[in-house]
Structures are given as structure tokens and as C-alpha cells.
Design a protein around this ligand. Structure first.
Ligand code: DX5
Ligand code: ZN
Length: 216
């Protein structure tokens, strides 16, 4: 499967978002990763539904929306997403996950399920037919700039074994050049790039994206 890069917009210069998105497009980035938090499921609040809809109006790049909110099913209609976009919800945040995935699919949007570091892969065993993507969180969600958890590589390898080649596996959190390279070998095919490899003081977005592609 083609390796995909997803730029984490919470790490971008929000004062110059339009220009950053234009640069990310030029850099050949495949998706824009948008983190939505509620201050309850995770102890932070970042981007929101209006941000998603605004971004939708300024670019044709596909969106990779990562909802870190409790009961995400309540908010699906708040975003104008299409067939190329992925809407990812947390297993831990929704006791009616199957219904939520069904609702996302019925709107023609691609579905993703995110798992916190400690959540076993078996939790999605019976939901595979409802999923286009598994997001293996490689840090506890909520903040940029954290260190990868030690079980991330083994979990990613196990996920690939369990799910076969057809499921998209995304990794999110501390995806540096080194961790990205290792995770790619463990079977990951989509990489959320934030402060660890893309939004850097000493490199342009175009240079950083090029450097990341080289290690895959
Ligand atoms: C939260 C975010 C973060 C972050 C990734 O879900 O997606 O994981 O922006 O960037 P790093 O970890 O490299 O700062
Ligand atoms: Zn994320």
C-alpha cells in the first residue's frame, strides 16, 4: 500500500494557516490531520468543527479528522465532510461505537477507530467491516511534543498481523524520522506528522516532508 503522510494542523502556525496549507499541498502531503478535543476525553482543547468547515472551503486536500471527544456520534453532522475524508473516533469514548461508525458510513465518509496506548487490539475485532482505518495512538492523546510509548512498535506489528493488508493503519504521536522508519517496517502506512518531523524551526515544510518520505 502507498505510504501516506498526514500533517497535524494543531502544530502549524495557526496565524498563517492558509499559507501553511498551500505549502503542505506543494510538499505532496496526502492528508490534513485535524485534532478535535473536548477538554474531557482529553485534558486539552484545540481545533473545532468550524475549523474543519473553514479548511474544507480553502482546500481540496482530503481531511483526516481525529475526534478526541466523548460520545462523538453527537457531532457527526457538524462537519461538512466528503467521500475522500476520514472521520476517526476513539473506541474508549463511545459505548455505541458500531452505531456511530454506521452513521459516518451512511453519510459516505470514510471511518477510522483510534485506540489509546493501553487499549487492546481485540476491542475492534468485531467492527472491522465498519472500518476503513485503524489509528494506533503512539502517545496518550491530547498534546503535541510527547515521547512515544514503548509498546507502540509491537502493537503496530500485531495490528498488521491481525488486520491483513487491506486495512489502513495510521500512527499518531512522536512520529520522528527514526520512529517513522521503524513503524513503517512494523506495518504502518499512514503517518501523522507534527512537531517531531514536519513543523520544525530549521526546515521548510517542503524539505521536512521530503526527508520523511526518504526514510519510508
Ligand atoms: C494528537 C496530535 C499529536 C501531535 C503529533 O492526536 O495529532 O499527536 O500533533 O505531533 P508530535 O507528537 O510530533 O508533536
Ligand atoms: Zn491526532
Amino acid at each position: 500500500m502507498k505510504k501516506l503522510l498526514s500533517a497535524s494542523l494543531m502544530c502549524a502556525d495557526l496565524g498563517a494557516l492558509r499559507e501553511s496549507i498551500y505549502q503542505l499541498e506543494k510538499a505532496g502531503i496526502d492528508y490534513l490531520h485535524i485534532d478535535i478535543m473536548d477538554g474531557s476525553f482529553v485534558p486539552n482543547i484545540t481545533l473545532g468543527f468550524d475549523t474543519v468547515n473553514t479548511i474544507k472551503n480553502i482546500t481540496d486536500m482530503p481531511l483526516d479528522v481525529h475526534m478526541m471527544v466523548n460520545e462523538p456520534g453527537r457531532f457527526i453532522d457538524n462537519m461538512k465532510l466528503g467521500a475522500d475524508d476520514i472521520l476517526c473516533v476513539h473506541y474508549e469514548a463511545d459505548i455505541h461505537l458500531q452505531r456511530t461508525l454506521d452513521k459516518i458510513k451512511s453519510k459516505g465518509i470514510k471511518t477510522g477507530v483510534a485506540l489509546n496506548p493501553q487499549t487492546p487490539l481485540t476491542s475492534i475485532e468485531y467492527l472491522r467491516e465498519y472500518m476503513d482505518m485503524l489509528l494506533v495512538m503512539t502517545v496518550s492523546p491530547g498534546f503535541a511534543g510527547q515521547k512515544i510509548f514503548t509498546g507502540a512498535f509491537r502493537k503496530c506489528e500485531d495490528a498488521r498481523k491481525m488486520l491483513g493488508e487491506s486495512m489502513l493503519i495510521e500512527v499518531d504521536g512522536n512520529i520522528s524520522l527514526e520512529n517513522g522508519k521503524k513503524l513503517s517496517r512494523c506495518g504502518a502506512d499512514m503517518f501523522v506528522l507534527g512537531t517531531s518531523s514536519l513543523f520544525l524551526k530549521d526546515k521548510t515544510l517542503i524539505q521536512a516532508a521530503e526527508d520523511f518520505r526518504k526514510v519510508l
